[in-house]
Design a binder for this molecule. Structure first.
Ligand SMILES: [Zn+2]
Ligand SMILES: [Zn+2]
Length: 308
């Protein structure tokens, strides 16, 4: 099969053997659609520590091609979406169902083989059944929706005044999800804003100068919500942070099933945030486009039915 592989410092489209089911609790999935994310670019560029050689990609949906004998509740040819984080299953965070906080968590496309390939093998616990009304392309978008939904875990008061900082599809998505969940006084960064005027600021993109600006925009006692996965350490000026008694809230993921349900909610508009689908062969072009323009999500289409 074709697979987009990062090998050391190189990324290449290669012809490789399809992955084998080695565990009875795993499934082999035929990938239909896969989204390209900042995280994939960071891994490709070596900015995020990853496995030495692996298939990239972690946002995807497809159909079940083979089931291990211990897998129940899923069937051959079933349409599925996959949550890309795997916990150790043993620690207290995993036991509480909070696998993304597991100290030994691993991510598809970063630590384990990912989905920029015709097929992938994953443990059944990561697999979610997909209704016919959700396209593979939309389902491949469930992971970014789950990441944005983490905002609901930041302990913010929906009545307070807030700002989503950033000009990109993630800021737009977070803003729309907040409006949908009753945050009626949230704004999207569009123009110059008054200093010390917001109860909370949600970070979605971070360059060093943005941190200082976000802290200036917060009122004393306000909350800075940290959401992006910037690959480098950032400087935080404590002279700015401490006198204003700013609270920091870092949030990671919301619930994946809730995200899948939201994709079918007619009040949630997101189609305009989804871009075109490209074959794996166009990966260089797609990577360049994604670096240049963050207004829509780019996709790989790995099947003719990728958008149905
Ligand atoms: Zn992602
Ligand atoms: Zn664990």
């Amino acid at each position: 099969m074709k697979a987009l592989i990062k090998d050391g410092s190189e990324v290449r489209l290669r012809e490789v053997d399809p992955p084998l089911l080695q565990h009875p609790g795993s499934l082999r999935i035929r990938v239909a659609a896969a989204g390209l994310c900042r995280t994939d670019l960071y891994v490709a560029e070596g900015l995020l520590a990853s496995a030495g050689r692996l298939v990239l990609g972690h946002e995807f949906a497809g159909t079940v091609a083979e089931l291990g004998c211990q897998v129940s509740g899923l069937a051959l040819h079933q349409r599925v979406a996959v949550f890309p984080w795997l916990g150790c299953g043993q620690c207290r965070w995993c036991q509480a169902g909070h696998t993304t906080a597991c100290p030994q968590r691993r991510m598809l496309g970063v630590h384990l083989d990912g989905a920029f390939a015709e097929e992938i093998v994953v443990p059944a616990e990561l697999v979610y059944a997909l209704p016919d009304s959700t396209s593979f392309r939309a389902a491949a978008y469930a992971e970014p929706v789950a990441a944005s939904l983490a905002i609901l875990r930041a302990g913010l008061d929906p009545q307070s005044r807030g700002l989503v900082y950033g000009r990109n599809r993630i800021a737009e998505l977070t803003y729309r999800l907040m409006r949908l969940h009753g945050f009626s006084r949230v704004e999207l960064l569009q123009a110059q804003k008054e200093e010390s005027s917001f109860d909370y600021v949600v970070e979605t993109v971070t360059q060093p100068e943005d941190v200082a600006r976000m802290l200036r925009l917060l009122r004393p006692g306000g909350t800075l919500v940290v959401k992006s996965r910037h690959p480098r350490p950032l400087q935080l000026d404590l002279q700015q942070l401490v006198p204003k008694e700013i609270r920091l809230a870092a949030v990671n993921y919301g619930d994946f099933q809730t995200s899948l349900d939201l994709l079918r909610n007619p009040n949630f508009r997101y189609e305009d945030l989804l871009g075109e689908g490209h074959p794996l062969e166009d990966w260089r072009l797609l990577f360049e486009e994604a670096r240049r323009d963050e207004s829509t999500k780019s996709f790989f289409r790995l099947s003719d039915v990728w958008d149905s």
